[in-house]
Design a protein around this ligand. Sequence first.
Ligand code: FAD
Length: 387
Amino acid sequence: MVNDEIYDLLIIGGGISSCVFVSAHIKNGFDGKIAIIENGRNLGGRSSTRISFTNNGWKLNHGAPSFNICNNSKNKLIKTFINDLLDSNLIQTDPSDIIELNKGSTFDSEINSEFYSGTNYISRTSMSKLSQNIIFYNNCKNQIDYFFKTLIVRLDYTKNQWILTSKNGHKFKTKFLICSSNLLLHKRSLDILNVNQIPLRKAIPINKDKKIDTLINLLYKQEYIQRLTFLIYTKSNYSYKDNYKNKYRYFILNKLLEERYKFERIIFQKQENNNLGIVVHIKNKQFINKYLKSRNRDRFKEIILDSFNDLFDNDKNIKKLKEYQDIQIMVWRASQPSGFAIPENLQVNEDHNIAFCGDWFDCEGFGRIEGAILSALKLSCKINSLY
Ligand SMILES: Cc1cc2nc3c(=O)[nH]c(=O)nc-3n(C[C@H](O)[C@H](O)[C@H](O)COP(=O)(O)OP(=O)(O)OC[C@H]3O[C@@H](n4cnc5c(N)ncnc54)[C@H](O)[C@@H]3O)c2cc1C
């Protein structure tokens, strides 16, 4: 299929940075035709929600469950944006308990979680819905076309126009391209997309554009943290021992406990019908490698339950987890960029009508939702000044 429409702006990726960018750009007066192309089934990306139809529509945030803003007072862009979300009732400050586990440790509990400093916010609905709502509350003109389950594998730039090709052969054309993920620029594309050259490199050969060369070279220094999330659908009789009322409850393990149990954090997520979902986050490299190499991945469900019960043994609020309705496992091969953050001055490339946003830029909040949002807000200001 060749989509004959030539979009004024096309954005690859439907994560939160893409949604914030589109929303801010429309708010800033952009009235051209936009397309969002996303590999997944819905908006949200790494801050999305799994709606399980096999488990009566349970909604579990399997990536980021919430987000924290550390930079609120200093940065006017992010402050205004967050206030708008609060005023529109899309988010609220997170009232949940954040419990630091340091069982058996003789040291002070040294919690090193970058996710719980500053102010924490949660979506009033789900994380995926938050991304949708961010777009909807500014999009009065129906100027966006969405293409889900569409993975772009090839980029071409000819006659000042971008032509994108998806894995199933669909083509899209645009005057201006935005990549909200760096997959098509990063060396991991070679394995993931099974291509022999990084797609952006193929579109703009070496020495044609210094800024693109620098961007691709710097990305060689950027690595990604892997994570596993175990989504536990408990039976309807499983509940807290106390009368905890909030939707979420976070348990964060200190370094010693994480070493012992392999869990990074455990997030209880109450469902509308009061059932309790439990999402276990793991970033321990050895554990993840063992899991990925294992021929019997199902046995890891039992390992997780045993560790969970051992960890909360004697906890006055948490019952033993003996049975469950279902456990699903999500592998995040690239859950957060780490190491080198890409300088902001590489966000916009005027010579080739292409720009970038996402948590991989050197904004405050690098590797987190805060950074993803800020990079998108900054990009919208920068692109506005181009027209
Ligand atoms: C398990 C986990 C826990 C986390 N916890 C937290 C937390 O507590 N707090 C916090 O602040 N952050 C957390 N993060 C990080 C946070 O989720 C990210 O920083 C943020 O969601 C990044 O948003 P983004 O828009 O930059 O990128 P993404 O959400 O990755 O969006 C990019 C989108 O582009 C799509 N895409 C990429 N390439 C293509 C292609 N070629 N064709 C089509 N589509 C494509 C992807 O499918 C993706 O949906 C967590 C992440 C994970 C995975």
